[in-house]
Design a protein around this ligand. Structure first.
Ligand code: HEC
Length: 202
């Protein structure tokens, strides 16, 4: 056998190998078993997370109500979760995230020169209010898709309210706390023999 024949044989082997490989990739595409989107069996007592979430959300009191009993001192403790990336003192340096002094009521992307994501910059003429900050801190990724704050969020609504009260205190002009919503379930369900405290509050 001369070298020409060897070349032909190895060429043929190589071609066969490529054909087998190609075929297996192709069939892999075609015969990949379709995974059903919803699992076909239900385990009693186990509720899928996606189904549970809306119910939990519906039960969450409005942030305006929680702010009425918010404690800035507890909020300061909660801010430890943020301090790795954010300073809060007036004129403090930006870290991984921007300085947050005066953030309540400020515009989105409020620090000029900080390298915000396009997602946050796109909202630059909108102000952060109680509700938008609460949504943001609950789940940043869902609140403003495409942002670059690598923080999972705070699911406890009261903790967010405490944190907002603390953020608000770190400002030249803290916002007045919002009026609790008129039709708060607590107010509606309050027993009639408590008008004294109601009057004291107003
Ligand atoms: C891992 C770092 C990190 C942590 C932890 C973090 N942040 Fe951020 N934060 C960022 C970054 C980065 C941005 C800018 C996001 C962008 O540009 O998309 C940001 C943006 C923000 C903004 C918007 C600022 C503006 O100028 O519009 C607020 C408000 C904020 N963070 C609050 C918080 C609070 C409160 C906490 C703690 C509960 C927290 N962050 C935790 C990194 C972080």
């Amino acid at each position: 056998m001369d070298s020409y024949e060897w070349t032909r044989i190895s060429g043929a082997v190589l071609t066969a190998l490529i054909a087998v490989l190609g075929l297996s990739i192709l069939t892999g595409y075609i015969y990949t078993p379709a995974v059903p989107a919803k699992r076909g069996f239900v385990v009693e007592g186990v509720v899928a997370e996606a189904e549970e979430a809306p119910a939990a959300e519906a039960g969450e009191p409005p942030i305006e109500l929680l702010l009425a009993s918010a404690d800035p001192a507890r909020g300061e403790a909660a801010f430890k979760k943020c301090a790795a990336c954010h300073s809060i003192d007036k004129g403090g340096a930006n870290g991984i995230g921007p300085n947050l002094y005066g953030i309540v009521g400020a515009k989105h992307a409020h620090i000029a020169g900080f390298g915000y994501s396009p997602a946050l910059q796109a909202l630059a003429d909108k102000r952060w209010d109680w509700a938008s900050l609460s949504e943001w801190l609950k789940n940043p990724r869902a609140a403003i898709p495409g942002n670059k704050m690598a923080f999972a969020g705070i699911s406890k609504a009261q903790e967010r309210a405490d944190l907002l009260a603390y953020l608000n205190s770190k400002s030249d002009s803290p916002l007045p706390l919002p009026a609790p919503p008129a039709a708060a379930p607590e107010a509606a369900a309050a027993p009639a023999e408590e008008p004294a405290t109601e009057q004291a509050a107003t």
